[in-house]
Design a protein around this ligand. Structure first.
Ligand code: NAD
Length: 263
């Protein structure tokens, strides 16, 4: 547990499912005040459940619909945090999408959709959060959700890999730019985690087995294992950490092809 998070206001984009949901619930357990952004109205029911879980754990939470690719929606999320909880201390830019397409068939529309959600959306979240923190002299924390694919090339997912590579250098650049103000900017790079983004792949036993073979620790990660990284990065225990990519991938980036007996 991280006592420094008690009462802190945390905004999480794409917070109704998967990693966003796990992070919202974990920040709630830390007694933070959580603003859960969700994308579509049909996610409302899920959000209500998360709010209930957080409130039962002694935290506070609120939901707000919004599309991270729209400037006005990101601004609304931060205003909502201010109006509901009076401040904003932590921004988690988590919303993201992926789709598999051989690169020679990738349409401009598909490319733009992934880049605008995963990279531009995270930039808007960073910019608005940092602007707010500067104006209110808050030594806040910004956490971006990257992926092992900021480092590992991924055929058929060129738009996704490009977006996460962008998130890496965006994070490092913003960390450098705002370190003098005490604003920390870091990212988390998960490996393969059991969330809706992977539901189709993991429902096929052969595909799932193929993924597990790429993970030296031998299992698909749990969303809670990523949420644990987020609360640490947001807490005062990470007060001297900025510009970091925290890989949480069961060793996936450590060249699993070279495990004992191979390579
Ligand atoms: P997920 O599909 O459950 O979560 C993505 C969330 O983003 C959904 O709630 C979705 O509604 C929301 N979203 C999509 N477009 C949006 C938009 N324009 N505005 C607001 N919200 C939007 O999958 P997840 O695994 O929880 O993914 C969360 C993040 O983690 C993503 O950035 C993803 O790239 C990253 N990630 C996931 C894994 C994994 O294995 N699960 C690995 C590496 C990185």
């Amino acid at each position: 547990m991280y006592p420094s998070l008690e009462g802190k206001v945390v905004v999480i984009t794409g917070g109704s499912t998967g990693l966003g949901k796990a992070m919202a619930e974990r920040f709630g357990k830390e007694k933070a005040k959580v603003v859960i952004n969700y994308y579509s109205e049909d996610q409302m029911k899920e959000v209500k459940g998360i709010i209930e879980t957080i409130e039962n754990a002694g935290g506070r939470a609120t939901g707000i619909q919004g599309d991270v690719t729209k400037e006005e929606d990101i601004k609304r999320m931060i205003s909502h945090a201010m109006e509901t909880f009076g401040s904003m201390d932590v921004m988690v830019n988590n919303a993201g999408i992926e789709n598999e397409v051989p690169s020679e068939d990738l349409t401009l529309e598909d490319w733009n959709k992934v880049i605008s959600t995963n990279l531009t959306g995270q930039f808007l979240g960073c910019r608005e959060a940092i602007d707010y923190m500067l104006e209110h002299k808050i030594k806040g924390s910004v956490i971006n959700m990257s992926s092992v694919h900021q480092e590992i090339p991924w055929p058929h997912f060129v738009h996704y890999a490009a977006s996460k590579g962008g998130v890496k250098l965006m994070t490092e650049t913003l960390a450098l730019e705002f370190a003098p103000h005490g604003i920390r900017v870091n990212c988390i790079a998960p490996g393969a985690i059991d969330t809706p983004i992977n539901a189709e792949k993991f429902s096929d036993p052969e595909l799932k087995k193929g993924v597990i073979e790429l993970i030296p620790m031998g299992y698909i990660g749990k969303p809670e294992e990523i949420a644990a990284c987020a609360v640490w990065l947001a807490s005062s225990e990470a007060s001297y950490v900025t510009g970091l990519t925290l890989f949480a991938d069961g060793g996936m980036t450590q060249y699993p092809g070279f495990q004992a007996g191979k390579g």
